[in-house]
Design a protein around this ligand. Structure first.
Ligand SMILES: *Cc1c(COP(=O)(O)O)cnc(C)c1O
Length: 394
């Protein structure tokens, strides 16, 4: 980054890539597995780490490198890595930083596959995890001594609880515990945890960063020596790299990220406020409706959840919707609905033994880029038609 870049806002930097060959406005997609060297000495120099000549696309690729520069700029990180999925970014970071006998502390109500990774895979290698209430600073403080890693997600998946990241980062530093946060919900546009002292940030780039529901990808960004440790000891041997063509899709998504988030935020706030006034709705979980005093969020995006009373037949409600479609994931252009009871109770999966502590009458909404009035009409009509017959006859 040049001094001139440092003075410019993120919105400007996101739509101005460095100049590419032949005047291309978008970075070229280096669709190649390997990169050849002009001389024996050039190859020796690269293997000694004296040049940054690309070697092999499992390790480095110039299209991916453009993406990594952008995410460092956005999050204020020193170095970054790109992965084939968000969970690959999470598993590479965790597996690369722990060894047998270590203890991890993780916030409750995090992304369910992060739970499963810690509870099932890490446990198999003798790494234990203590799940704590992320809203309870004392609980975190008490769990830290002797732990290796603290895994945060603020706000959390499904219940959208925030953690006091500034205080937690200071406590973890004092206890010599490495901190990782899943920042997929807020994106660096609304929250930059590295600036509050968190060590590493992970993203499911499949969500807002892609923004078009056509890519599965992950990013890891933050402290340079931790990233170097992962590159030297772990990530090349787990091999979950991002392809050049998908990196180009993420670069495309980043150009409109601030604009899209603004629209998601406005529409979701309209809908969250209206739905909280609905007589069948018992709770709305949206960080913007009752901001936590410790919040670092400067905005909210389109994902939140609500709970309905027993007068609503949840399957009938989902089936009556026209614009909100049933599906996992979020962060694209289209509105989605996900009832918690389906995602948590996967029969036969190891998660059957895990208490996620999420209310079963909770429904997650992702408010897309459609007109919010159309979306509200859809929800309002579906709630009316899903009133169970007993109640509607009464
Ligand atoms: C989707 C998601 C992930 C996992 O990302 P993938 O790209 O699907 O592997 C991790 N954390 C959060 C909060 C998510 O929503």
């Amino acid at each position: 980054m040049t001094d001139k870049d440092m003075r410019r806002s993120i919105d400007t930097l996101l739509v101005h890539d460095e100049r590419h060959s032949k005047g291309a406005v978008a970075p070229p997609i280096y669709q190649t597995s390997l990169f050849t060297f002009d001389s024996y000495q050039a190859m020796v120099d690269r293997f000694r780490g004296e040049t940054d000549h690309a070697v092999y696309s499992r390790i480095d690729n110039p299209t991916v490198s453009v993406l990594l520069e952008k995410i460092c700029l956005l999050e204020g990180g020193e170095k970054a890595l790109a992965f084939s999925s968000g969970i690959a970014a999470i598993s590479n970071a965790i597996l690369g930083l722990v060894k047998t006998g270590d203890r991890v502390v993780c916030v409750k109500h995090c992304y369910p596959d992060t739970y499963r990774l810690l509870q099932v895979i890490c446990a198999r290698f003798g790494v234990t995890t203590e799940f704590v209430d992320g809203t309870d600073l004392f609980a975190i403080e008490n769990a830290l001594p002797g732990a290796k890693l603290l895994f945060l997600e603020s706000p959390t998946t499904l219940l959208f609880e925030e953690q006091d990241l500034t205080s937690i980062a200071a406590l973890a530093k004092a206890a010599d515990v490495t901190t990782i946060i899943d920042n997929s919900w807020a994106t660096p546009i609304f929250q930059q945890p590295l600036k509050s002292g968190i060590d590493l940030v992970v993203h499911s780039a499949s969500k807002y960063i892609s923004g078009h529901s056509d890519t599965v990808a992950g990013l890891l960004v933050g402290n340079g020596s931790l990233i170097d440790k992962l590159v030297n000891e772990t990530t090349p041997y787990l091999g979950a790299k991002l392809s050049a063509s998908e990196a180009a899709l993420l670069l495309r998504g980043l150009r409109t990220l601030p604009l899209r988030l603004q629209r998601h935020q406005e529409s979701a706030l309209i809908i969250a406020k209206r739905i909280s006034d609905h007589p069948t709705v018992t709770a709305v979980h949206h960080p913007g409706l009752s901001p936590a005093p410790c919040s670092l969020l400067s905005g909210y995006g389109g994902l939140f959840s609500f709970e309905v009373d027993n007068s609503i037949n949840i399957p009938a409600f989902c089936n009556s919707l026209d614009l909100f479609r049933l599906g996992v994931s979020w962060g694209g252009y289209e509105s989605l609905i996900m009832p918690a009871e389906i995602s948590i109770n996967q029969a036969g999966s190891p998660s059957a033994a895990i208490d996620f502590g999420v209310p079963t009458r909770l429904i997650r909404l992702f408010v897309g880029l459609e007109d919010p009035e159309d979306l509200w009409q859809d929800l309002h009509a579906a709630l009316a038609s899903a009133l169970s017959s007993e109640t509607s006859n009464a």
